[in-house]
Design a binder for this molecule. Structure first.
Ligand SMILES: [Zn+2]
Ligand SMILES: [Zn+2]
Length: 151
């Protein structure tokens, strides 16, 4: 008898799809950390392991990263952001603005990967990404012609 496996997993949303379907809601500091981590292709567990030297510390770091990626939470100490930044690209200044500035003065951030003006995507082919839309960069929507080069 044929047996069909149920689809019990969900595929992670691709960055292009996420950039194209981004809501207009302001990006939160928690959402920003998660975008930057996922754009680097790293799991929370991997980052926690890279931050620490032993399994006990890795558990603490795992909980900390999950907390930072939970809506409403923000990093209290700059050292935390600097530690994360040593593992994957993120801009502490963008984080600070998302934390403390009103939404209408937030920096422009790609909703597919979290890159921004001072923290662009780079590849072998292109020096840095450019903006395709207000909320998407050329690295996330490569098939769309950039409307403006701002890097
Ligand atoms: Zn992007
Ligand atoms: Zn980009």
């Amino acid at each position: 008898m044929m047996h069909a496996f149920p689809r019990t997993f969900t595929m992670p949303m691709q960055r292009g799809e996420r950039a194209a379907t981004a809501s207009a809601a302001p990006l939160t500091p928690a959402g920003y950390i998660r975008l930057r981590r996922e754009a680097a292709g790293l799991s929370v567990r991997t980052v926690a392991g890279m931050l620490t030297r032993n399994a006990t510390d890795a558990v603490v770091a795992f909980d900390l990263i999950n907390a930072l990626e939970t809506l409403g939470n923000t990093a209290r100490r700059p050292e935390t952001l600097e530690a994360l930044r040593s593992i994957f690209p993120l801009d502490p200044d963008v984080y600070r603005q998302l934390t403390s500035d009103p939404a209408d003065s937030h920096p422009r951030i790609c909703r597919g990967c979290g890159c921004s003006h001072w923290d662009p995507c780079t590849s072998d082919e292109h020096a840095a990404c450019a903006w395709v839309t207000d909320t998407a960069c050329t690295a996330c929507l490569p098939d769309t012609a950039p409307v403006e080069c701002c890097q």
